[in-house]
Design a binder for this molecule. Structure first.
Ligand code: ADP
Length: 497
């Protein structure tokens, strides 16, 4: 079972955000914790030094006595903060000892800190350690050792005593420190969870925006494949790729619809084209067989003409089959298109006279590499149409000229023209704009299909412009090919007509 696009996208989004948030949380946690621990350890050291500094001021030089009341208050304050103090005079005699003074409170504080730290940070493997400070009248205080034994310094300024500070090492967290770390973790968790929810939501929305048109397009293509060619994708899509896909689907439907209409027209046209002459021939023959009619030359001639119409239609179908199934083989040589146009014009002399049409060929000698028979056929079809669809006394103009690397042949008439709706379809096989009228002209609707195939086989293109009741203009544009290598015609002798 394949997952839905939206589910996949939402899951992937969620996963990416989860990994990102997890990485940020872990690294932030490690970094902040590391910095925090460094700060705390530093704070413990400076606090101890400040304690020692403050004690110095409690020594009376004149009386050589310590202010015990202050030291007591001071010691109890330090105890609450997790520092156990022991003050000695310069001879190493104990002046004030927190443990002596309130052993229970001291043990309770030590117990609390040790339990809390071992419970929350067993990895630290911490313990209470004592640091000794020399108490001097002035100047900097110096931590001498971690041992409890005092070293007698012999230098000035005179040592007035020693301070032993015991605290949990390497560092310890107070309740508020733990509260800070806990709230930091909580914030990271909240940010992480809400970002994940947001990301999954965004993934779902994005996936919907993508999957809705895709699903619609799948539905439409399904319907097209079932033969519903009139259906189109009409919703507005924001994304360029999807817009391109939808217009491609619409174009495909349009083209299939057009082909389907043409196919239906073709079937009914061919049936009609065959039925009429066959019915005529049958009725003639029936009457002759039953002795109603004499088989006169006229009647047999009629039958012959009707059979000719059928055979012409079959011939058209055959020609089209050839073009559509075989690759057109061109026998290329140097061709002068102006000459071809003139010979096509001459071939139509009787038709032009019948309809009192004027047909002029103008332009310049235009040599190209091409198949003369096929090119003749292409121009022939255009001129034949121009004559067929011109009104009496109309004008037809054939122009031949060069344009950059191309040869151009234009055939224009002042005939009935083609409507804008029909114009894009006239090159389709068996397409005829007005079927009843065209039947009289004898066209099966493949002349332009053949012309276009010939031009395309030469690497060129054909363009049609037309206005109803004003006339049409067909322009063939053909690449001239590398004529210099094959050249045996004098290109300088150009004639304009
Ligand atoms: P046909 O054999 O019917 O002429 P074509 O393929 O040559 O078939 O042309 C297709 C259709 O295009 C014609 O049936 C006609 O309706 C239209 N057509 C082609 N050329 C012209 C033109 N010069 N003037 C008006 N209509 C034209």
């Amino acid at each position: 079972m394949k997952q839905r696009f939206s589910t996949q996208l939402a899951l992937r989004f969620g996963m990416i955000v989860f990994v990102t948030i997890a990485l940020i949380s872990v690294s932030a946690n490690v970094l902040i914790r590391h910095q925090f621990e460094k700060n705390i350890s530093e704070r413990q050291r400076t606090f101890s030094e400040e304690l020692a500094g403050a004690l110095v001021s409690q020594y009376n030089d004149a009386t050589k006595e310590w202010n015990l009341e202050y030291i007591h208050g001071f010691g109890m304050y330090a105890l609450k903060e997790g520092y156990i103090l022991k003050v000695y005079d310069q001879n190493g005699k104990v002046v004030w000892d927190a443990e002596n003074h309130d052993m229970t409170a001291c043990h309770q504080v030590m117990q609390e800190i040790s339990t809390r730290m071992q419970e929350k940070r067993p990895d630290l493997d911490g313990n209470f350690v004592t640091h000794r400070y020399e108490l001097k009248r002035s100047t900097l205080l110096k931590r001498v050792t971690n041992q409890k034994t005092a070293q007698e310094p012999a230098q000035e300024p005179a040592i007035i005593g020693y301070l032993d500070v015991s605290y949990y090492s390497p560092y310890y967290f107070s309740e508020s420190d733990f509260a800070f770390l806990d709230s930091m973790n909580r914030i990271l968790l909240i940010v992480g969870v809400s970002s994940m929810i947001g990301a999954v939501g965004a993934g779902v929305i994005l996936a919907r925006r993508l999957s809705v048109p895709i699903t619609k397009m799948t539905e439409i293509t399904g319907k097209i494949s079932e033969g519903n060619y009139a259906i189109r994708f009409e919703s507005e899509v924001q994304m360029r790729e999807l817009a391109e896909l939808s217009s491609a689907v619409n174009q495909m439907a349009e083209s299939l619809e057009r082909q389907e209409i043409l196919r239906r027209r073709l079937t009914s046209d061919v049936a009609h084209e065959l039925r009429t002459p066959i019915a005529n021939v049958s009725s003639y023959l029936e009457a002759i067989i039953e002795g109603v009619w004499e088989p006169t030359a006229d009647r047999l001639q009629n039958c012959y003409e009707e059979l000719g119409r059928i055979s012409a239609l079959i011939g058209d179908l055959e020609r089209l089959r050839q073009i559509e199934t075989e690759n057109m083989r061109l026998e290329k040589e140097k061709v002068d298109l102006l000459e071809l146009a003139q010979s096509v014009r001459s071939a139509f002399e009787p038709e032009l006279e019948n309809k009192h049409l004027t047909c002029t060929v103008t332009g310049e000698k235009t040599i190209m590499l091409g198949d003369p028979k096929r090119l003749h056929q292409a121009i022939f079809n255009l001129v034949s149409n121009a004559i067929k669809y011109s009104n009496e006394y109309g004008k037809i103009q054939i122009t031949v000229h060069e344009q950059e690397e191309c040869a151009v042949v234009e055939v224009s008439d002042q005939g009935i023209g083609i409507s804008q709706d029909d114009l894009p379809l006239i090159f389709e096989r068996f397409y005829r704009t007005d079927r009843s009228r065209n039947r009289k002209t004898g066209g099966a609707g493949i002349g332009l299909t053949i012309t276009k195939a010939i031009i395309q086989a030469h690497g060129g293109k054909i363009v049609a412009e037309s206005r109803e009741n004003h006339g049409s203009n067909f322009v063939m544009i053909l690449p001239r090919g590398n004529i210099d290598t094959e050249m045996d015609i004098d290109v300088d002798t150009r004639n304009g007509i």
